[in-house]
Design a protein around this ligand. Structure first.
Ligand code: GUN
Ligand code: ZN
Length: 440
């Protein structure tokens, strides 16, 4: 049934840092009409609601903010139970907790049960789409795709490829890993809203043969995505240098195997030299900023200003990196990204952070035509955010004088408590138990 949503609506046409204020579409009293097909039929001022929709049922969100659902461009399904697992750095954290936890996903029942909980966590945080690392077991990847399909969610995921430097229970071999990935592509890629991501974990856990075959698989399937980790942590970078002595840099390791390009997502990418930035820019590769994870694991400070150098801009994504990341919330993730930008002397305002979490991330996944904005034809993947969800937010909201002020408070103070409801293809996917509006 066609439904009209009324709210303060916020959407983007482009990156506000580049395109300027016309990139931001904010309406104090906006209307979004969702058609039977789960797509947006109209988005505009409530006063301009077309005649044909005037008799449709209305859901009035009042002063809450209606925005495109958040898109998370990097997180790990089999790590969702291990947030805040200690480790001195990335490699210790992987060896001590992560690999052990991921090994449990060899079991289909465990994977199926956890896929539901994983997607519950996403929607309660207002995240409607994501690029997800599954474990190295094809059954876990299959379970996640199946659970997402039941909910009508656009999830991109792939079986993690690892053929060395990990426990036997997680290790594949190059041929088997690629054969399993190809079978999953055949079954899932482009089926409904599912997308496959070829997922070599990182250069530490893949041999040259595996990276080469992964590059060939990406080349042979021109619409699949690719995701891996790049230049995150000091000991990891040293290890890659020792493993690939002929490569000019960490980025060059992937470049040699055809893994750079506009469909490629590189998580972290903190410690890059100029040549690496230039090459990532030239190939249209995406670098995914994972600020809570980078802080938690002590990996380093991502310099968003440097990556966005107009002479060689690198495409950006923003992500939670659960479970290296410490929050599921793309609001909290924006807040941490803002704080990290301040620490490196770069500029990131909340309006741009919000763009990154919505249209920017949709663009990073090549899904801009389908999601990421409140525009006719896009799927009605939406989130309703209450800027007065807690007493602290409400008090702060009283001081806001602009949209940037409002978004800034949500980024710095917000999390799942601010998510009032989440909608996937126009259907209610999550609703916070009703609470009275916080008193002033
Ligand atoms: N590098 C290789 N694997 C991982 C992982 O699971 N998390 C993070 N943060 N970095 C990685
Ligand atoms: Zn990761």
């Amino acid at each position: 049934m066609t439904t009209v949503h009324l709210a303060r609506t916020l959407s983007f046409r482009d990156d506000p840092a580049i395109a300027g204020p016309t990139a931001v579409v904010f309406r104090e009293r906006g209307a979004v009409v969702v058609g039977d097909d789960g797509r947006i039929a109209f988005a505009g001022a409530a006063s301009d609601l077309p005649e044909e929709h005037r008799a449709a049922p209305v859901i009035d969100h009042g002063r809450a903010l209606l925005t495109p659902g958040f898109v998370d461009t990097h997180l790990h399904f089999p790590q969702w139970r291990m947030l805040a697992a200690p480790g001195r750095d990335l490699l210790e954290w992987l060896e001590r907790f992560t690999f052990r936890e991921e090994a449990r996903y060899a079991d289909r029942i465990h994977a199926e049960m956890n896929a539901e909980i994983f997607l519950d966590r996403l929607v309660e945080n207002g995240t409607t789409s994501a690029a997800v690392y599954s474990s190295s077991h094809a059954v876990a990847c299959d379970a996640l795709f199946a659970a997402a399909e039941k909910r009508g969610m656009a999830i991109a995921t792939g079986k993690t490829l690892m053929d060395r430097a990990c426990p036997e229970t997680l290790r594949d071999d190059p041929e088997r890993g690629i054969a399993e990935s190809a079978a999953l592509i055949g079954h899932w890629h482009g089926r409904g809203r599912a997308r496959y991501v070829v997922t070599p974990r990182f250069a530490v856990t893949s041999t040259e043969t595996q990276l080469r075959l992964a590059g060939e698989l990406v080349r042979d399937h021109p619409t699949v995505l690719m995701q891996t980790h790049l230049s995150e942590s000091a000991r990891e970078i040293e290890t890659v240098r020792a493993l690939f002595p002929r490569a000019a840099s960490y980025t060059d390791v992937y470049d040699r195997f055809g893994l750079l390009g506009p469909r490629s997502l590189f998580g972290h990418a903190i410690h890059l030299d100029e040549a690496e930035c230039a090459r990532l820019s030239q190939t249209g590769s995406v670098v995914v900023h994972c600020p809570t994870s980078n802080c938690f694991l002590g990996s380093g400070l991502f310099d968003i200003g440097r990556l966005c150098d107009p002479d060689r801009p690198v495409r950006l994504g923003l992500a939670t990196d659960i479970g290296g990341g410490t929050s599921w919330s793309m609001l909290a993730t924006q807040g941490r990204a803002i704080e990290v930008a301040r620490l490196v002397g770069a500029e990131l305002d909340a309006t741009r952070a919000f763009w990154l979490a919505t249209l920017g991330n949709a663009r990073a996944l090549g899904l801009e035509a389908e999601i990421g904005a409140l525009e006719p034809g896009r799927f009605a993947d939406m989130v309703v955010i209450d800027p007065r969800a807690t007493p602290v937010l409400a008090a702060r909201d009283d001081l806001s004088e602009s949209l940037e002020d409002l978004l800034f408070a949500l980024a710095i103070l917000g999390d799942e408590r601010a998510v009032r409801s989440t909608w996937i293809a126009g259907r209610l996917a999550h609703e916070k138990p009703q609470q009275p509006e916080t008193a002033r």
